[in-house]
Design a protein around this ligand. Structure first.
Ligand SMILES: Cc1cc2nc3c(=O)[nH]c(=O)nc-3n(C[C@H](O)[C@H](O)[C@H](O)COP(=O)(O)O)c2cc1C
Length: 268
């Protein structure tokens, strides 16, 4: 799969046809999500018949209680910790990319992890509902054209700082480090409310991911998504980005802004 092309093309679909998608295609999408979960135990649940989920979640899930109607939904469930949510987001993006390659539309949906909703969805109450998406055929009929554009994104030179936190490099400077294209694609990462609550610092052969501290809404999901975009862009461009366990995180934390926290350190 060429991830970069999809990063550029993919956008949220909020208007789905009621026509269902073939089971084998839905299985292919779910399997891609499972394949991305090698080092963590999470489950992916397909709601092939989305009707019941739709009835139950109407008014309870989605931004401002606006639920997105679709013939199918997919949830990632498991035990909650920071890493689990990040990985759940990673799996959802892997599935969204596969769905896009199959010419389908997808939408992340914010679903509260409450006992009531887990009961509505027949999910084991001991598990956490980590991430949720809609999948189906984009509506592009005569009366309801799929005219929604991809939402605005910050530029590559706005999401990456060079050498010093706060120094926005020129495109040429990023190119000299061989990272201009990487950030050009990474910036397309979707986020809750499209807030893009992250910045990267390129310094000493490392790329540090800083995510806003005061940011409550699904910050772990946004972190997992931006890691997916950064890591897959690196793969597409032949860069080996290894996430490292730093022995001295204090030194690394001191390199980034006070209102951000380190969520990943890559060695290039
Ligand atoms: C964690 C997360 C939760 C989201 N929840 C919703 C939602 O409940 N309803 C909705 O319409 N869009 C939701 N979105 C979609 C974002 O609004 C969308 O990805 C962002 O605005 C970028 O738009 P684009 O993908 O079309 O470029 C969510 C996205 C993320 C990453």
């Amino acid at each position: 799969m060429n991830y970069s092309n999809i990063m550029k093309e993919i956008k949220t679909t909020r208007d789905f046809k009621s026509t269902t998608v073939k089971r084998e295609i839905l299985d292919k999408i779910v399997n891609e999500g499972k394949a991305s979960l090698t080092d963590i135990e999470l489950e992916i649940v397909l709601f092939e018949d989305g009707k019941k989920a739709k009835e139950n979640l109407q008014g309870k899930a989605g931004y401002f209680g606006k639920f997105i109607e679709s013939p199918h939904y997919i949830a990632v469930i498991g035990n909650k910790d920071q890493k689990a949510k990040e990985k759940a987001a990673y799996a959802i993006e892997a599935m969204r990319f596969t769905a896009h390659a199959e010419n389908l539309g997808t939408c992340w949906i914010t679903v509260p992890d409450t006992a009531e909703i887990k009961n509505d969805l027949s999910i084991d109450s001991s598990k956490n509902l980590l991430a949720f998406m809609a999948v189906g055929i984009r509506y592009s009929g005569i009366f309801k054209k799929d005219i929604q554009e991809k939402a605005f994104r910050q530029g590559a030179t706005e999401i990456a700082y060079l050498d010093t936190w706060g120094y926005s490099p020129s495109w040429e400077e990023l190119e000299q480090r061989g990272l201009a294209d990487i950030f050009y694609f990474t910036r397309f990462a979707p986020s809750w409310g499209n807030r893009q609550p992250w910045k990267f610092l390129v310094a000493n052969e490392k790329v540090i991911l800083g995510v806003k501290k005061d940011y409550k809404e699904d910050v772990e999901l946004d972190t997992g998504i931006v890691k997916f975009y950064f890591e897959k862009s690196c793969i597409d461009h032949g860069i080996n980005a290894v996430i490292s366990n730093e022995s001295s995180m204090e030194d690394i934390e001191a390199m980034i802004g006070e209102d951000y926290e380190v969520r990943g350190v890559y060695t290039l």
